[in-house]
Design a protein around this ligand. Structure first.
Ligand code: G3H
Length: 526
């Protein structure tokens, strides 16, 4: 179609017919699943076929587990025993090759999940940066640990070692960035990894397969395709997974951990759903609050775990806020990801508009109104964001994580009302607080930091910058991710200790001088 720039047109199908196992890009000749984009390539709306992916099951699940187990070899494998500096070289090789795939990955990000061109580019670049920052952080960690300490007559060299076999499952809204925020630290710390891409955003991994294959020893990274229940379930049932790294929803996280026969051996690193609120106090700078709430609720159509999913506005300013906020929502332009200035883009899940419609209908039945003119307008692959007011606790949109374009607004008279709601909520990731009187804000901050894990003052909620800890309370997360914390999450402290005497010290000295051990060395990695 003429409106699609030539560089983004789908001119041939990408049929992914290999998978990465034990260092080999193995041919797949079994069943496949077609991959469709909800974006149309024709004047009359029709989803666009992009290609296909393997529909794998138990046999391939077991095959990749066995490859990862063999490469780890109970910690005796080449990768877990390798010098840190050599693992870093492999990762540098990978990221160099990855950079060459930018335009192709960005193109598939747009088609597969409908992310706008600038946001898709940002996702790619942020991921590359994440890898470089991870390498630097690991060097620093290694330098700090490259020494002996002596306490109570015991000499010790304490480092961080790998945990074993890691199953990495990322979300469809950040199929590259968030998946890699698990994958990269897991690999670099010496674990061996199985990665299954999310339900959308799968083909964009294809350009990276050769880079994975050629950068790491065989079996260190294994990539399978298929539905979670078909391929991830047997992997967990095998009992051979030591770490489940999952960014997604708690239902899948619970179902997967339940399949593991030895739960006490399974470490969990989870980033799950959230219902982050914004609280707008009477003295808030309304222009700023509205602008941040627009970004917070509607960046990538609200398909972010960190999105603002419910707005609490003080009753004294609600009329003004609602009018101006609704106008701003209606002024956002909808279009295909490559269109200039586009803010709202097609939803990748074909059933999503119907789900959002259900939430709107339910809220309307229970007394809310759609207060913006365009709210709820439908096209084949979109439903325009509806601003719902007044929302109450009887409504589904109050409880459910909408993960899409619908914005519930509640009013409050007493600040204790939103605080009580947050305390009752199953979630505890972040909050946005808008206001300026420090006498009011100070005690609020002191409470809010204990209800969630990040209080955004006059700012929308977000994960980045990636140096900051990304975590949550209750059902929102288990473990902490950030460049630094992820290295810790995917490793364990392990050390060599010996009583301080001439006999032992001579051996330690010889170990250091000879550089025979990859663990006992004081090398400074520049
Ligand atoms: O889906 C949840 C993501 O972690 C959100 O990340 O705040 O950078 O969009 P972001």
């Amino acid at each position: 179609m003429s409106t699609i720039p030539s560089e983004f047109q789908i001119t041939s199908l990408l049929n992914q017919d290999t998978y990465l196992v034990n260092g080999e890009l193995k041919k797949w000749t079994g069943e496949t699943t077609p991959v469709f984009s909800t974006i149309s390539s024709t004047d009359h709306y029709a989803p666009t076929i992009l290609g296909s992916i393997p529909a794998m099951g138990e046999i391939e699940g077991n095959e990749v587990v066995d490859a990862a187990v063999a490469a780890y070899n109970n910690g005796q494998g080449l990768w877990p025993t390798m010098k840190v500096s050599d693992r870093i070289k492999c990762m540098e090789n990978f990221v160099t090759q990855m950079k060459a795939t930018r335009s192709e990955v960005v193109k598939y990000l747009m088609w597969e999940i409908g992310k706008s061109l600038p946001d898709s580019e940002k996702e790619f670049d942020r991921t590359v940066e994440y890898i470089y920052d991870t390498i630097e952080d690991y060097k620093e960690l290694d330098r700090d640990n490259a020494r002996f300490t002596k306490t109570q007559g015991v000499n010790a060299m304490v480092r961080r070692g790998p945990l074993g076999v890691v199953l990495c499952l990322g979300p469809y809204n950040y199929p590259l960035n968030e998946t890699f925020s698990l994958l990269i630290p897991a690999i670099i710390m010496g674990n061996t990894v199985i990665f299954k891409p999310a339900k959308h955003g799968v083909l964009l991994i294809s350009p990276l397969l050769t880079a994975f294959q050629t950068s790491f020893p065989k079996g260190v990274i294994n990539i399978v395709y298929g539905r979670g229940r078909d391929v991830a379930s047997p992997i967990m049932k095998s009992g051979k997974v030591d770490v489940l790294g999952l960014i997604g929803n708690s239902k899948s996280a619970i179902a997967l951990q339940d399949l593991h026969p030895n739960k006490n051996r399974l470490r969990l690193i989870l980033s799950l759903e959230a219902k982050n609120p914004a609280i707008i106090l009477p003295d808030a700078d309304l222009d700023l609050a509205i602008q941040e709430c627009i970004i917070g609720t509607l960046s990538f159509n609200g398909q972010r775990c960190t999105a603002l999913k419910v707005l609490y506005v003080h009753e004294s300013i609600a009329a003004k806020f609602n009018r101006r906020f609704s106008e701003k929502v209606d002024a956002l332009s909808f279009g295909n990801p490559w269109e200039k200035g586009v803010a709202l883009t097609p939803l990748p899940e074909k059933d999503k508009p119907n789900y959002i419609q259900e939430l709107i209908d339910d809220a309307q039945d229970k007394g809310a109104k759609v207060i913006n003119q365009k709210g709820g307008q439908r096209t084949e692959n979109y439903i325009f964001p509806a601003v719902l007011f007044p929302v109450n606790k009887e409504m589904r949109v109050y409880h459910e994580e909408q993960f899409g374009p619908v914005i519930p607004i509640l009013t409050f008279k007493d600040i204790q009302e939103p605080l009580n709601d947050m305390a009752e909520s199953n979630y505890g990731q972040q909050v946005s607080l808008f206001g300026q009187d420090i006498k009011t804000i100070a005690p609020l901050i002191d409470t809010l930091v204990n209800l969630v894990c990040r209080v955004n003052l006059n700012s929308s909620c977000q994960r980045g910058p990636d140096v900051y800890p990304f975590t949550g309370r209750k059902d929102s997360a288990l473990g902490t991710l950030s460049i630094h914390d992820a290295l810790r999450s995917f490793s364990i402290r392990t050390f060599v200790a010996s009583k301080d005497n001439a006999y032992n010290n001579a051996i330690l000295q010889e170990l250091l001088n000879s550089k025979e051990s990859n663990f006992i060395n004081t090398d400074y990695i520049l």
